[in-house]
Design a protein around this ligand. Structure first.
Ligand code: ADP
Ligand code: MG
Length: 503
């Protein structure tokens, strides 16, 4: 049974020169909302469009332009909140965060500081041992993304592309429940997986679709438990924030580096200054970007251009009713109802497209056998051709028929691999192919007996040896399989060989 119950977070312990240290991590994940239009304008969000072609007047910060909220973005934030088992706030509001950025022409970012649309939720992070760790979500708010400044196209000039300006982001803020680099990567991976199931974020980290600000501090053993009891952040160490991480690998490396840097400073008698840092993957180190003292005063205030956002419970209920089966439930069902291992169920539920493909293959068939064929044969073959499941030349119906033929004993596992290759490269109906090409397994014991008799008659010396050493029976089985072109039922051959040799 899959145990998705909460397990106490397991801190990564780093041994310093003067004793052990534990890590405390909280993440602010920025997820680009999957919608056609921006948060407050009708401009397209299409990735890779001609620079500055997806820019409405409001995105360009033209005087007098008014933002108009995109209902689709609100629905996606609510959907994400529901998928993270979070509280949905029927009343929320937008605030202005004032700062100058060349790629945000308004001069401020519209965000939700005081009244976010989504409140407390939770995510179960699996660590590959069948157990899950609970990471609590503090809030999710909607905000605008900035554009992109390009400094490396010309030696003398910088360029700006406003296509991304004003695209909707969901900022998902976790509690400081994450205790190590692997848990942090696992958490981001789980958020990505859930949002891809929900269709609320594409989760393409390379395109900057999903990025994380990683807050790291270190404390002594026992301090975290005190924090959990009292909720007092004062018992934890001072944190540093590593901005804009868009790779799972770098997130882990940056946390590890940052924790060790902090430990070295504290053990040296110094103290940690709360600051924002940047990770440099080439040097594998974090560097100070700005300290708390020089932090901007954002002068947050309610955006006077936007009314508070009020939504109705009935609308939220409609969205809730349209949620798909989510990864945790799907995985539990694959394990408990279909007999899959934790590992197989994880592989098959990683992407919803894989899970759907598998379910069609397994419909009315053996779950474990279907999982083996999807994971080992199909995924292996697709990987060789650098193809995704959506480009699979073998359909779920075709693969299902191959699995069915094996279960019925019509073809052996070995012949099934040949058949799979034929279907993969040439197409065709597996059942018809087996008939046409004479691939059916010989289960007719009479035919097998004849073949066994022939092999025995032709090899008297081997027969004597096998009688002394029954392990040599395998050689006869091999000869019979060869003589029948691999089509004899191996179980029947084994049995008849043993019987005829009298071993
Ligand atoms: P800010 O907006 O200044 O970054 P937030 O209150 O939004 O502050 O917190 C940012 C993140 O920092 C949250 O994910 C929170 O869990 C995390 N965090 C807070 N204190 C610590 C700490 N001592 N160590 C690690 N992470 C922390
Ligand atoms: Mg922050």
């Amino acid at each position: 049974m899959l145990d998705l119950t909460y397990e106490a977070p397991k801190p990564k312990v780093i041994a310093g020169a003067k004793g052990d240290w534990e890590l405390v991590i909280g993440l602010e994940v920025h997820a680009q909302v999957a919608t056609k239009a921006k948060l407050f304008s009708g401009a397209s969000t299409q990735f890779g469009a001609e620079p500055n072609s997806n820019v409405a007047f409001v995105d360009a910060g033209m005087p007098g332009m008014l933002p108009v909220i995109n209902e689709g973005c609100v629905a996606q934030a609510v959907r994400t909140g529901l998928g993270l088992k979070a509280e949905i706030n029927l009343w929320s509001a937008f605030d202005r965060k004032n700062y100058f950025y060349p790629d945000l022409p308004q001069g401020y970012q519209i965000s939700q500081l005081y009244h976010p649309i989504v409140g407390e939720g939770e995510v179960l992070v699996e660590m590959g041992d069948g157990k899950a760790r609970l990471v609590r979500i503090e809030r999710i708010h909607l905000e605008q993304d900035a554009g992109k400044s390009i400094h490396d196209m010309d030696p003398n000039m910088s360029f700006v592309d406003l296509n991304r300006t004003g695209v909707a982001l969901m900022e998902i803020v976790s509690r400081p429940d994450i205790r190590g680099p692997e848990e942090a990567a696992g958490y981001v991976g789980k958020l990505r997986q859930i949002m891809r199931y929900l269709g609320t974020c594409d989760g393409n980290m390379q395109n900057g679709n999903l990025r994380a600000d990683v807050n790291v501090s270190v404390c002594k053993p026992g301090d975290y438990e005190k924090f959990m009891e009292t909720g007092d952040f004062g018992v934890l160490g001072t944190r540093c924030e590593i901005k804009n991480m868009n790779s799972m690998r770098f997130i882990q490396a940056a946390i590890d580096y940052e924790a060790r840097r902090q430990i070295a400073i504290i053990e040296d008698g110094g103290s940690i200054v709360q600051e924002t840092r940047l990770y440099d993957p080439d040097k594998n180190e974090t560097r100070s970007m700005r300290s708390k003292e020089e932090a901007h005063d954002y002068r947050y205030f309610p955006d006077p251009d936007l009314l508070p956002l009020e939504i109705e419970q009935a609308w939220v209920d409609d969205i809730a009713a349209s949620l798909p089966e989510l990864p945790d439930e799907k995985k539990a069902r694959f394990i408990n109802d279909m007999g899959l291992s934790d590992y197989d169920a994880s592989v098959l539920t990683a992407e919803v497209a894989n899970a759907n493909f598998f379910e069609k293959v397994a419909e009315g068939r053996d779950g474990k056998l279907s999982a083996n064929w999807v994971i080992n044969e199909l995924f292996g073959r697709l990987k060789k051709d650098d193809k995704g499941i959506e480009d699979s030349p073998v359909s779920p119906e075709q693969l299902g028929k191959i699995v069915g033929l094996i279960s019925k004993g019509d073809i052996s596992g070995k012949i099934a691999k040949d058949l799979f290759e034929i279907v993969y490269t040439e197409g065709g109906d597996p059942e018809a192919l087996v008939e046409e090409r004479g691939m059916k397994q010989v289960t007719d014991t009479g035919a097998i007996e004849t073949a066994v008799d022939e092999v025995i008659a032709a090899n008297p010396a081997q027969v004597e040896k096998a009688k002394q050493n029954p392990k040599l029976a395998g050689w006869f089985v091999g000869q019979v399989m060869k003589a029948t072109g691999g089509k004899a039922n191996p179980a029947a051959v084994n049995q008849i060989v043993a019987q005829k040799l009298g071993i």
